[in-house]
Design a protein around this ligand. Structure first.
Ligand SMILES: [Zn+2]
Length: 257
């Protein structure tokens, strides 16, 4: 039985701890102390660290965890992270034998130049997508280009519809506010706002989300929908010829929203 537990960190980060009864793997530990607390509470031995990109709120706990556990740290080949011991890239397969989980690496640049995601299909379809995809939104473009982030999101969306997406921030409600401005007639979005607000009122994470839901509500994945094209064209006060142009306008609009 595999558990995937969100350790809360900083203001709105989730550090995902994947574990069985004895062993755990942690994704993007930006800080060590709450992870160490959870491992102690559940009497778990940490067996690996997975990193999606170099930002400090995703890597800052590595050094302290490595003082306690002599374990591999997987991270993106195209970024320098001093604590990474195993650099991985698109298509590489990880066998996390202690928790019986196999994951495959996707290159997902855009938020950062070398950002990667990890997906698996046994026992369930899942993806650890870092700061690329958020529920109802996507990461900011810090180092890459709009085209890179657009293509990375499309790549994630080619995974099966029932794939659970484990994003690393709780941004859902503010993302929904933007999405409703862009896509005001979307009834599923209105419903999602209600359900997400109810979860947040009880401090329950809205993550993981599913790719099926995101394709229905996330404006950044719906750049070919006429309502969204129209909204982006109105904002930009120009006609937009293709989904990438719509995406680029939406990303800029969200930055200023
Ligand atoms: Zn980041």
């Amino acid at each position: 039985m595999l558990n995937i537990y969100p350790v809360h960190a900083f203001k709105d980060n989730y550090i995902w701890v994947i574990h069985n009864q004895d062993y755990a793997v942690v994704v993007d530990p930006g800080i060590a102390s709450p992870v160490i607390e959870y491992l102690a509470l559940k009497k778990l031995q940490l067996s690996a660290i997975l990193i999606t990109h170099h930002h400090h709120d995703h890597t800052g706990g590595n050094a302290e965890l490595l003082q306690l556990f002599d374990i591999p740290v997987y991270g993106p080949q195209h970024e320098f992270i001093s604590t990474v011991t195993h650099s991985v890239k698109e298509g590489d397969r990880l066998s996390l034998s202690e928790i019986s989980l196999h994951l495959t690496v996707l290159d997902t640049p855009g938020h950062t130049q070398g950002h990667i995601a990890y997906y698996g299909s046994d026992p369930i379809n899942l993806v650890f997508c870092g700061d690329t995809l958020f529920s109802c939104g996507c990461g900011r473009i810090f180092e890459g280009t709009p085209q890179q982030l657009y293509e990375s999101l499309q790549k994630i969306c080619r995974l099966p519809d029932d794939t659970l997406a484990y994003c690393t921030h709780e941004y859902t409600l503010s993302n929904i506010r933007f999405a409703r401005t862009v896509d005001p007639k979307n009834l599923q979005l209105i419903e999602l706002e209600r359900s997400a607000q109810a979860l947040r009122n009880q401090n329950i994470p809205t993550i993981p989300t599913t790719l099926a839901l995101e394709k229905a509500v996330n404006p950044f994945l719906r750049c070919n929908q006429q309502d969204i094209v129209n909204s982006a064209q109105n904002y930009a006060a120009t006609s937009l010829a293709d989904p990438l142009s719509v995406f680029t306008v939406l990303r800029e609009w969200k930055n200023n929203f």
